[in-house]
Design a binder for this molecule. Sequence first.
Ligand code: AHR
Length: 665
Amino acid sequence: MKRTLLILGFLTIAMSAFSQDIYTVSTKTVKAKVPATLWGLFFEDINRAADGGVYAEMVENRSFDFPKPMTAWQTWPRPQLRDGILMVINQSAVNAADPKYMQVSLNAKDTVGLMNSGFDEGMSFKKGLAYNLTLRYRQVAPGIHVRIFLFSAKNQVIGRTSLVLKDSKEWVNQEVSVTPTDSARTGKLLVIFEGAGKLDMDRISLFPSDTWKNRKGGLRADLVQKLADLKPGFLRFPGGCIVEGNQIVHRYQWKHTIGNLEDREPVQSIWADDVPERQTPDYMESFGLGFYEYFQACEDIKAEPLPIINVGMSCQFDAAEVVPTNELEPYITDALDLVEFANGDINTYWGKKRAELGHPAPFNMKLLGVGNENWGPQYAEHLKLFTDRLKAKYPEVKLINATGYSRNIPVFTYMDSVLRARKADIIDEHFYDTPKWFMDNSNRYDTYDRNGPKIFVGEYAAQSDRIGSMKNKNNLLTALSEACFMTGIERNADVVSMASYAPLFAHVTGWQWTPNLIWFDNTTSYNTPNYYVQQLFSVNKGTDVVPLLKDGKAICGQDSCWASAVIDRNANALIIKLVNMSGSVRSESIRLDAGVTGEAQWTSLANPNAGVVNTIARPDAIQPETKIFTVKGKEFKFSAPPFSLNILVLKLNGVAPEGPAGSKP
Ligand code: AHR
């Protein structure tokens, strides 16, 4: 974000009335408390968000467990598999969680190798940075030596080391570090075996040492930092459709994602073949980023954890398999056990497991999603069974219930009426729609029942082309239309307690869905205009919603402008958010019921070309700019540039209203 310190002539205060439209702000009339959770994140392993993305593992198919076990691997120097020198052993009948491993048999002074090309474009190496290679192996007949090479795109060796193996008949993990002498964006790893003997290998793994918080086998620091920079109120995980899976057998099972990596049974992602135009047959979920790591990440970035659990139904856009109600017990048990894992003390079975993984203190989970994007009578029936059991044991945990995939269609209205009749805690609504829809619906929540369930806008994103189109772009127009809608969410923060853009991450070549908030390749990443809109709302969320009106009405499109206002009681500031969706300057007089004084801050995300996008090559084609100006008194003129979101932070000349800090849902 660019920052400029400027004293702006045209923004200085004038005490007289202006001919422009007059916006009035009542800083002393608190309409709602801003929930601490209002602006949060939706994380799903779609578009290589986890494996090949934020999970920093560089070796694709590190455990040879993919359906095609040589995916991403090549034997070296020539195909060796059929010679019995390199053999994939399938042990799935006795170990379903860890079905395959690789066996190397050398009976002469021979040299063979395995080369891995990494995810998508290849491995990205930074000159001088240490990379940690882990080999999980057991010796069947000792005598094999291992050498490790890092290659550049041009097949030049840029790093090398060797590993003296332990004489262990049991599976062991052994680590060695290798530091490249040059950088490479599309590199490879080669592991060479020499000598005579027989070696079983269950995993060959390579991580950079500069992971988030320097955790071994952890997450990509640059991508987690982008999440932290959004100051999210919550993190919803692990999805999305992957919660449901395209078949029940592929559903997300959190118990399969904790503990030793070899106990985390890999599953083919629903996104491997769900989008015909962008098939990704090698998309597997390794669960290296599992539920413990998700909870830990939430703690790191100070976001409330919001896990979503499967409700005994697979994705309703796919096979739509439904588990009979009399067979739901294991699913309900998984949900109950998850609360114990997150919150139970260390004397409980699952609380003890959490402690053994390194976190004796509870994660203090307060929110749980029961079902992802489910709908219909079967969902209503399953939900009742889950809710009764969860509420009986954990009444303090707020449950989030789904209403399907869209707004105001029978699928939605049926679930909405069921959930309102049941007095659900929080109802999840999803909107993928045109920019116009987002602009036209900024008043959606004005008429919602103030005493009914809270609303979680759990997935939303404006589509520049059409819903599901591969041509959708994260351009400024879509971002600003979301900002219009978000002013409506903010104005209705007494009803809407949470909102998250979706999806969050996408690999620039490995994606299946567009648009997305953050795009990356294996080396770098960039923020979309939509990211900046989320960030500007989140870091300026304030504590109390106050009215900002024109002619006594909320500003929802008059003269192509949308606006809302909050007080930040902690900073004693008034924050105005104003979107100009037109291609020309919009000038307003802003009249307050309290004086403002001193330096004020104006941050704008603006460009006369509403089609502007950021890219890997031009990551800063559009970014917010901040200027400082001086204000005094109770009225000032503001000119909003064409196609802009503007955040004005004004120091109040007096005490902001009393009240508790941002409330929880
Ligand atoms: O965000 C992408 C997908 O959209 C999610 O997985 C699903 O919940 C919705 O249909």
